[in-house]
Write a protein that binds this ligand. Structure first.
Ligand SMILES: [Mg+2]
Length: 224
């Protein structure tokens, strides 16, 4: 079935830091500079406040502010491997991508944080329809969420939302629903597509003929 017009789309809410963007990889580099430590001497994994990288709770906000305002943190992170390509394929298949990020954590640098975020998304060719900056991510409606933060994962799951957990050292200890943990974007793309195709079937919409191809019902309506 190919309806004349489809206004109802599957909405995919994507977290950025630790999910699409290699937040911890870039923060480790900046921490090495901040503490005058060789990068290879810093462990790969740290805790939430980066204690193992010489930052810790007492210094975290100062360090975070330095990273964003002086080292363009949100613009200089590498994407998590394969993320832009997977997101482009999924968007072409008719998914509505909604970026949901809690980056306005420190006062008085919102303009730079938002500008860096938009430039990063554009630079890496990540398509999106909506860009939301907020802490309580469940307030943003979506059919599926992709997250790495244990706090957000718990809040979303507690609200009955479907959450794909993007694995990293912050969340390895969590029990995750079977089939909902992704070790990388190859797996994340497969999980998202499985959920999306089930949604299409339930809405009587044709599936794309192949991964990364645009279904007829979605043609001409995107701004990718
Ligand atoms: Mg995150």
């Amino acid at each position: 079935m190919v309806p004349a017009e489809v206004t109802d789309r599957f909405v995919l809410a994507l977290d950025l830091d630790g999910t699409c963007a290699d937040f911890y990889g870039r923060m480790r580099e900046i921490a090495a500079e901040w503490t005058d430590t060789k990068l290879e001497d810093l462990p790969k994994d740290a805790d939430w406040e980066l204690e193992q990288w010489g930052i810790g709770q007492a210094n975290y906000r100062r360090f975070h502010r330095f990273a964003v305002t002086q080292r363009a943190l949100f613009e200089s992170m590498a994407p998590i491997k394969g993320a832009p390509q997977a997101i482009r394929r999924l968007a072409l298949e008719g998914i509505r991508v909604r970026i949901v990020t809690h980056r306005l954590v420190i006062p008085h640098f919102h303009e730079i944080a938002v500008a860096q975020t938009v430039r990063w998304l554009d630079h890496h060719g990540i398509p999106y329809w909506d860009l939301c900056f907020l802490r309580h991510k469940g307030a943003v409606g979506a059919d599926l969420y992709v997250e790495d933060s244990p706090e957000n994962i718990a809040a979303l799951a507690g609200a009955g939302k479907d959450v794909v957990v993007m694995s990293n050292f912050t969340n390895r200890h969590l029990d995750t629903e079977a089939g909902m943990r992704a070790e990388n974007w190859v797996q994340a793309e497969q999980i998202i597509r499985r959920k999306y195709y089930a949604w299409l079937d339930g809405h009587g919409l044709d599936r794309p003929v192949a991964p990364g191809s645009e279904p007829d019902w979605a043609a001409g309506t995107d701004h990718l």
